[in-house]
Design a protein around this ligand. Structure first.
Ligand SMILES: [Fe+2]
Length: 327
């Protein structure tokens, strides 16, 4: 029988210890599944933060003269499984990001409640050092959730201005690719034209500019959906960004010394100014070329100016990773 607050705290700590370790495994997969570069980066950053949280829990156990032991956290297991389920579903990339974000925020809230309980127990037990450590983690989880909420807001806004699956995209999948298919349900056209088609189109856009057919610009002339295109030309990138009020930036804490760190484009009102730091275009392009990057951009979506962008490798099959076109 558990009879003391201390036992309750130990129970909570073991649960959290297991939860954090599950996340250390899950976060790289979540980052890999994200299409949006800011979201991917948020997951990668949170992975590092989570590793620190595991160590912090070890410290708390040490303060209690106990060996750090975990107890299977079923709650986190369920949340992680739900996240995996979502990642395995057919979504248009922007929507997949929103779905993953929803799952990730549930995780953050679950953790926040765990740390809140543990912190309160430690405080009641007058274990001020332990309480301080637990509060530090609680703050980190809250910050992460805040950042995810901001990204979620932006992605939802972007998704609402995109053509709905089965409309514009359906036409392009029929006319452009000649992929044979026996199925014709709407779900089919959604999965092919949404995710796979937009990806394969973006992959070919840099190669097939002359044809004009799969080039984002060519499409946008029609005022409907524009395919993403890969650009490496500095002037073109700069003009595209400046037209949208975006600034060259790097992710705080990723560089050091002479190194600029991870580069990003910072759009007004989009990314937390706390995570991005403005840098010069010269520094930005230096890193851009050094890392052999290309910028995948979309000019317009449904006639509206699009801020969609993603840094990808210049010469890789697909754009860098993960899914391939099916069918
Ligand atoms: Fe955590």
């Amino acid at each position: 029988m558990k009879a003391t607050l201390q036992e309750l705290l130990v129970d909570e700590l073991r649960d959290l210890f297991d939860a954090e370790k599950q996340l250390v495994k899950a976060l790289p997969k979540m980052a890999k599944s994200a299409s949006d570069s800011e979201l991917e980066n948020a997951f990668r950053e949170h992975l590092e933060v989570t590793k620190g949280q595991v160590q912090r829990l070890e410290q708390v156990f040490e303060m209690m003269d106990m060996r750090a032991r975990s107890k299977p956290c079923r709650g986190m297991k369920g949340l992680v499984e739900e996240g995996q389920e979502i990642m395995g579903e057919d979504f248009e990339p922007g929507l997949l990001d929103s779905a993953i974000l929803g799952a990730a925020r549930k995780v953050e809230h679950y953790e926040m409640m765990g740390y809140e309980s543990a912190h309160e127990l430690a405080r009641q037990l007058r274990m001020s050092d332990a309480a301080q450590l637990l509060q530090q983690t609680l703050r980190e989880e809250m910050e992460t959730d805040k950042k995810l909420a901001q990204i979620s807001k932006r992605l939802t806004k972007e998704a609402s201005s995109r053509p709905q699956a089965g409309q514009e995209e359906e036409k392009s999948s029929r006319g452009g690719r000649g992929r044979s298919s026996g199925r014709s349900s709407q779900a089919q056209s959604r999965s092919q034209s949404g995710r796979s088609e937009s990806r394969s189109r973006s992959e070919t856009s840099s190669r097939s500019n002359s044809s004009g057919r799969s080039n984002g610009r060519g499409r946008s002339g029609g005022g409907s959906s524009g395919g993403a295109r890969k650009v490496t030309d500095h002037e073109e990138i700069r003009a595209w960004a400046e037209e949208r009020g975006a600034h060259p930036a790097c992710v705080r804490g990723t560089g050091g010394g002479e190194d600029t760190g991870m580069i990003r484009l910072d759009f007004p009102g989009y990314s937390g100014s706390d995570s991005l730091q403005e840098i010069s275009w010269d520094d930005w392009f230096e890193k851009f070329d050094e890392n052999n990057l290309a910028l995948l951009i979309q000019d317009r979506i449904r006639g509206q100016k699009s801020n969609f962008n993603k840094l990808v490798k210049r010469e890789t099959p697909a754009h860098g990773r993960t899914r391939t076109a099916r069918g």
